[in-house]
Write a protein that binds this ligand. Structure first.
Ligand code: NAG
Ligand code: NAG
Ligand code: NAG
Ligand code: NAG
Ligand code: NAG
Ligand code: NAG
Ligand code: NAG
Ligand code: NAG
Ligand code: NAG
Ligand code: NAG
Ligand code: NAG
Length: 480
């Protein structure tokens, strides 16, 4: 009997245990196991299971001895009296990058219209665009991979590139941020890069005035910009932004930990910034914070060249967007920084622009050490009034740094659109003063500022830029 009852007792015990367990502990344990499984799944999704190769270059052995060239597109019929600021043409800079490409070319652009059927895109205007498109199509035959991240869901040009071996990832920005993909940069072989105002549009290579930089042999910086590209790449077909990002897209450098490099042999600190907030994983500096830091660090002046300036969230409900406006006010009134705003005068200049810059200007009324100057840049033909091109520049330069971004300074852009920026800080060397890129951008700004294409903001007179009537202006609700 002992032999029989002995095993039955543990069985009874077990069954009793399992009964109580079922009722209480097991539920808890089961829940814990479920939580653990979910956690493991989350960790794996955040760690990148597909493991993309990074060409064996890491943050430890990447190159920091870089060369930089300022690239500009100056429309053919625009001439400046100052020849000292002639820079590498944008098309030459981009073609040089394609010449160097050995493995991969990664491109983000808000537009794709290199081979336009627009009747305006005729003759010499369209030539550079077609040439660039041909080069991009030709990458396949050189066994160089072309990757494009785009917010355009319908683009014949991108489909054409796909036929030539390009990989295109579409981002549904409407679903992700209710905005647009306005980023504009290239990463070539994770070594060279371009960032600037120009997009892959025939106008950017002909009629628009554009400014950007091409940086060679700079794998440290290229790796970080590539991480912004990777972030876009992972968002293909997603209709929500993940709350945890892969480690491969977290920032390597930022405003508090900039990358020390040599640019043409001159010491500089650089980092890239990104927008909007939800596209900024751990450690990535937002564009607005990069701009804030730069204005804060300025000692003497802040020069800003942008197409549009509008401190509004210009969609229903309209809201005042104080970030940049507030920074400028603080710099003017509290720190006596000299501020110059160069804004484009073009057919879509918002009428409230003038009111906002006037309000900045009146801040300095009857105050010493407060200087705000505003000029409007217009490429309109003086004789018959035909608009020829637009100053599409998007940069800021101070006494010690330059920021080259993808956005106009409009609230909507920073709030909803995707964009990137590059900050270069350089302490002025006493000797080779105009050798630094910061000095060169300052010279570009001054060339434009003093050129005959600008008009000074005049009291009680709105320059004729826009076809908008003042009555069409939205009435912003007072901010709560
Ligand atoms: C860089 O370092 C990684 C490992 O840290 C190594 O695998 C790779 O070969 C190195 N690359 C170069 C170009 O030295
Ligand atoms: C600038 O260069 C152009 C052609 O290279 C020349 O025709 C023009 O006279 C120069 N202008 C000045 C002010 O030197
Ligand atoms: C690409 O780079 C590799 C090694 O860095 C080199 O061996 C090869 O010749 C290069 N190819 C081209 C087309 O430059
Ligand atoms: C540009 O478009 C025209 C007509 O649409 C076409 O014939 C031509 O091949 C295109 N060029 C390129 C480089 O794709
Ligand atoms: C993008 O997302 C929006 C909103 O979720 C949806 O209405 C639209 O159909 C999507 N577009 C594409 C091309 O998937
Ligand atoms: C951003 O992209 C949208 C859609 O492509 C475009 O309408 C808008 O003009 C772009 N903004 C800038 C600053 O390029
Ligand atoms: C980049 O570095 C390589 C090797 O270090 C050098 O041969 C090449 O000329 C450099 N390119 C530029 C544009 O400085
Ligand atoms: C203006 O600024 C200069 C230099 O920062 C200073 O020396 C001067 O006293 C200031 N003037 C006034 C009225 O604050
Ligand atoms: C305006 O003048 C420019 C030359 O100054 C000329 O090229 C252009 O065709 C003219 N446009 C019109 C509409 O007359
Ligand atoms: C800056 O460059 C200009 C023209 O390239 C030259 O004339 C001038 O001497 C340079 N200035 C300094 C300080 O090197
Ligand atoms: C750096 O050097 C390159 C040539 O190697 C030159 O084209 C470029 O203008 C230089 N950049 C600066 C900022 O001086």
């Amino acid at each position: 009997m002992d032999v029989i009852t002995a095993p039955s007792e543990p069985l009874l015990f077990l069954s009793r245990v399992s009964k109580t367990c079922l009722r209480q502990k097991c539920i808890v344990i089961f829940a814990l196991v479920c939580c653990f499984a979910v956690l493991v799944a989350l960790i794996f999704s955040a760690v990148d299971v597909w493991g993309e190769d990074e060409d064996g270059i890491t943050e430890e052995n990447c190159s920091k001895n870089c060369r930089i060239a300022l690239v500009e597109n100056i429309p053919e019929d625009v001439s400046f009296s100052d020849n000292g600021t002639a820079h590498v043409p944008l098309s030459v800079g981009l073609h040089t990058l394609l010449d160097l490409a050995n493995r991969s070319v990664e491109i983000v652009s808000s537009h794709w219209a290199l081979n336009s059927t627009d009747p305006e895109a005729s003759g010499s205007f369209a030539k550079q665009g077609r040439l660039l498109l041909q080069r991009l199509q030709g990458l396949e035959t050189r066994a160089v991979s072309l990757k494009v991240a785009s917010g355009l869901t319908e683009s014949a040009e991108l489909r054409g590139l796909e036929d030539h071996g390009a990989e295109v990832h579409y981002l549904n920005m409407t679903a992700l941020t209710k905005g647009h993909l306005n980023s504009s940069f290239w990463v070539v072989d994770r070594k060279h890069l371009y960032i600037g105002s120009a997009s892959m549009d025939w106008r950017s290579l002909s009629k628009m005035k554009e400014l950007g930089v091409v940086i060679f042999n700079c794998s440290c910086l290229a790796l970080d910009l590539h991480r912004i590209f990777s972030l876009y790449w992972q968002l293909q077909y997603k209709d929500f932004v993940p709350s945890i990002w892969s480690k491969r897209v977290t920032a390597l450098y930022n405003k508090d930990r900039a990358l020390p490099v040599l640019l043409n042999g001159t010491k500089a600190n650089v980092y890239v910034s990104s927008s909007p907030d939800v596209f900024c994983p751990k450690d990535r500096t937002r564009d607005i914070d990069a701009i804030f830091r730069m204005i804060q660090d300025a000692r003497r002046f802040v020069y800003i060249s942008i197409r549009d300036y509008l401190p509004l969230i210009n969609r229903v409900p309209h809201r005042y967007w104080s970030r940049i406006d507030g920074m400028i006010r603080e710099a003017l009134i509290l720190r006596g920084i000299k501020v110059r705003l160069l804004i484009s005068c073009w057919k879509q200049t918002h009428p409230l622009t003038f009111n906002f810059v006037w309000s900045l200007k009146s801040l300095c009324m009857e105050r010493d050490n407060c200087s705000l100057e505003v000029k409007f840049f217009s490429l309109r033909d003086q004789r018959n009034g035909t608009a020829r091109g637009i100053n599409h520049n998007k940069y800021m330069v101070t006494d010690s740094a330059v920021y080259i971004g993808n956005f106009d300074w409009v609230g909507n852009e920073f709030a909803y659109n995707a964009g990137a920026g590059l900050v270069i800080s350089q302490v002025q060397g006493q000797e080779e003063r105009n050798a630094t890129v910061v000095e060169q951008v300052k010279a570009v700004f001054e060339r434009d500022w003093y050129s005959h294409y600008t008009k000074t903001l005049q009291a009680d007179k709105v320059p004729e830029c826009s076809k908008h009537k003042a009555s069409q202006a939205p009435r912003p609700k007072t901010a709560s």
